[in-house]
Structure formats: structure tokens, C-alpha cells
Write a protein that binds this ligand. Structure first.
Ligand SMILES: [Mg+2]
Length: 378
């Protein structure tokens, strides 16, 4: 089997309701999807997280031409080739996200060629579905957040979610107020995580964590800078709230120091930027040397969501126990047409759970004829 073409698509959709978080406001959603075509009529899809114009150029002009004529099933060799060719200039950021998109597409082809859903090639799944947590509760929107978030929370509860994640990063007092208010709305039995997107110093993060400890916080995500694992350790040693992070980290070479220092309780590589399936498996293997649980960050289209789902389904919880903590996968609920409107069939979602696709490969297939309204380049 040989790779005959690699196409990259930059999709863009303006948001009906812009929203913000601790770093900036969103007025549009973007996606960069890659299609790798092989002879025998097979095609695989992947996605890159991050600035789509940059990752598209990296796929189209830099990585793509290196792969024509190669066997798409040689995932390990091709990853090593692309990493070696970019190591002098890359190692993190958009180049690794572009590599991730290609790698996911190669795994999609490999699983299709094997006639099996991807998760089986990655180790197999212990259950047919995984519980989702709803990612939402962003800032902005022109009405008091307490009011909008209450409505939002009730929608998630109706959809069957039993776990949710809210943004913090508006100042410690305001964050604590909003956390208390949301806990009041959802009651004591729903898991609630908070996410600062690295808005705080260690001292500030500790102050906030102590204020919200009474509200049973499932994890505090990106409390401090992703450049400073020791800052995480400062927070971790001062509070009982578990820490999560890793969506800004890349490859096993990046994650290794976080694991060695035990700076996290939950590591959150994004399959669409950490180096793809090939690299996420290695990151998970490194994490398995520690007590750190790997749970993927996922904020993309149906393709990125499917990649995260297959990967996570095949990862066991550790340490083993008859009463393990529930595995929770991220389910972004912010406005994004690319989760549903560009694929033939989105991942099946029911009662707060995603069901593993049983069709060969990723199990979601983007349809380029559905891209017309969104195509910025490609
Ligand atoms: Mg986050």
C-alpha cells in the first residue's frame, strides 16, 4: 500500500456567540483537517490543534511531500522520519501539531486496512462507552455569568452529564464566588473541575485552591505556567485539590520532566498536538511508571474527538482496584459546527456517554462536500 496524496483543509466558522477564557476571546472556530489517500481507495483523516494556517502550511509544504509513495501503515517509521526532518526547527508547537494530524490519519488508514476500529489496535477497550465531562462555562456573553451558567448547567444535566468543567481566571474572589454558585446549582453529586488556563502565579493558585476546596473540586487544570513544572509542585504541596495539565506540552520529551517531578495528578496530552496517536501512546507508557493518570485534552472537530476517544478507551486506569475512579473524557460543549456538520455520522452520544465506533478506523469520516461554507484554504 502506498500514499498517493495528502490534502490539508483549513476550516473556519464565525461564532454566533463569542466567548472568552483567561487568555483571550474567541469570535470564530477553526479546524485543520488532513486527508491521507492511499491506493486501494483508502483514505484516513487527522486533525491538528492550534493555528490552522500554520499547521496547514506545515502539512502541505513541508511534511506532506516526504510521505508520497510510503506505506501509510508504517506509523512508527514515518513518525520518526517527520520528527527527524523537523527537529532542528520544531520539537514543540505548530510543527508537532501538523505531524500529529498526519499521524492520526495514518492510524485511521492502518485500522481501516486491518478491518478494525482503531481502539483495538491501541490495546482494546474495557467498555463500550466512556463517560464524558462537559467543558463549558466560559466568560463573556453580556449577561451575569451566574445566570448564564445556571442555564448552561441545567442543559448539561438534562443531557445526562454527571461531570463538568468551568473556567476560572477572573481574579480569585470572583472565581471563588462563581465556583460556589455553580456547585450550588449542580448539587453535591456532580463532579466539578476548574480550569485557569495558566492564569495564576503559584501563590495566587494556592489561594484560589484553598478557597474552593470546600466545593469538592475534581481537579484544578493549568493553575500556573505550562513552562514551570516546579510551580505546579509548589501548588500541589500546598493544597489537596488534584492538579491537571499538559494541553500545552508536546511529545514524550516534553512530558518526561512532568512525570519525573510528579508535578501533575492528571496529564492531558492533546492527541492533535502532542505528536498524534504514536506519541500519545509513548506519553501514556511514561506516565504508567508513575501514579499520574493520562486523560486526553480534546477541543477539536469530530476527528480530534474520535482520536481522543479511541486512545483513551484503550488506556487502563492505574493502580488496579475493584472500585476505580470513573474514567472521564473531555466533551467540549462550546459552539463548534465541526463536531457535527462536516462528518457523515458524529460519535454516538447518549446519556452523557460517548459510545465507541465499531466501524473500521476512526469511525468518523469528514465529507469535503460539506466543507463549502467553512473552507478558508485547502
Ligand atoms: Mg484546559
Amino acid at each position: 500500500m502506498r500514499i498517493s496524496a495528502i490534502d490539508a483543509f483549513h476550516l473556519r466558522a464565525p461564532l454566533e456567540r463569542p466567548f472568552g477564557f483567561s487568555q483571550f476571546d474567541y469570535s470564530q472556530r477553526e479546524a485543520m483537517l488532513v486527508r491521507v489517500s492511499a491506493d486501494a481507495g483508502l483514505a484516513g483523516w487527522g486533525e491538528a490543534y492550534g493555528p490552522a494556517a500554520l499547521t496547514l502550511a506545515a502539512v502541505r509544504d513541508f511534511f506532506g511531500p516526504l510521505l508520497i509513495g510510503r506505506d501509510p501503515r508504517d506509523t512508527e517509521a514515518l513518525w520518526a522520519l517527520l520528527y527527524a526532518r523537523s527537529i532542528d526547527y520544531g520539537r514543540k508547537g505548530a510543527l508537532i501539531a501538523a505531524l500529529s494530524a498526519i499521524d492520526i490519519a495514518l492510524w485511521d488508514i492502518k485500522a481501516q486496512a486491518a478491518g478494525t476500529p482503531l481502539y483495538r489496535l491501541l490495546g482494546g477497550a474495557a467498555a463500550e462507552s466512556i463517560e464524558c465531562y462537559a467543558t463549558g462555562f466560559y466568560f463573556g456573553g453580556g449577561e451575569p455569568l451566574e445566570q448564564r451558567w445556571e442555564r448552561e448547567a441545567r442543559g448539561y444535566l438534562e443531557a445526562g452529564f454527571r461531570a463538568m468543567k468551568m473556567k476560572v481566571g477572573q481574579g480569585i474572589e470572583r472565581d471563588a464566588e462563581l465556583t460556589a454558585a455553580l456547585r450550588g446549582v449542580i448539587g453535591p453529586d456532580i463532579k466539578l473541575a476548574i480550569d485557569a488556563n495558566h492564569a495564576y502565579t503559584p501563590v495566587e493558585a494556592v489561594r484560589l485552591a484553598r478557597k474552593v476546596e470546600p466545593y469538592d473540586i475534581h481537579w484544578f487544570e493549568e493553575p500556573v505556567s505550562p513552562l514551570d513544572p516546579d510551580a505546579y509542585l509548589e501548588v500541589k504541596r500546598a493544597v489537596s485539590v488534584p492538579l491537571a495539565g499538559g494541553e500545552c506540552e508536546y511529545t514524550r520529551f516534553g512530558f518526561e520532566k512532568w512525570f519525573r517531578k510528579r508535578a501533575l495528578d492528571y496529564a492531558q496530552p492533546d492527541i492533535c498536538s502532542c505528536g498524534g496517536i504514536t506519541e500519545a501512546m509513548k506519553i501514556a507508557a511514561l506516565a504508567s511508571l508513575t501514579s499520574i493518570h493520562v486523560t486526553p485534552h480534546a477541543w477539536g472537530s469530530a476527528v480530534g474527538q474520535a482520536a481522543a476517544l479511541h486512545f483513551y478507551a484503550a488506556r487502563p486506569r492505574q493502580p488496579f482496584t475493584l472500585t476505580p475512579e470513573r474514567k472521564l473524557i473531555e466533551c467540549d460543549r462550546t459552539e463548534n459546527p465541526f463536531r457535527t456538520k462536516i462528518v457523515d455520522k458524529p460519535i454516538r452520544f447518549e446519556s452523557g456517554r460517548w459510545f465507541l465506533p465499531e466501524t473500521p478506523g476512526l469511525g468518523v469520516t469528514p465529507r469535503p462536500e460539506l466543507f463549502a461554507d467553512y473552507l478558508a484554504a485547502g
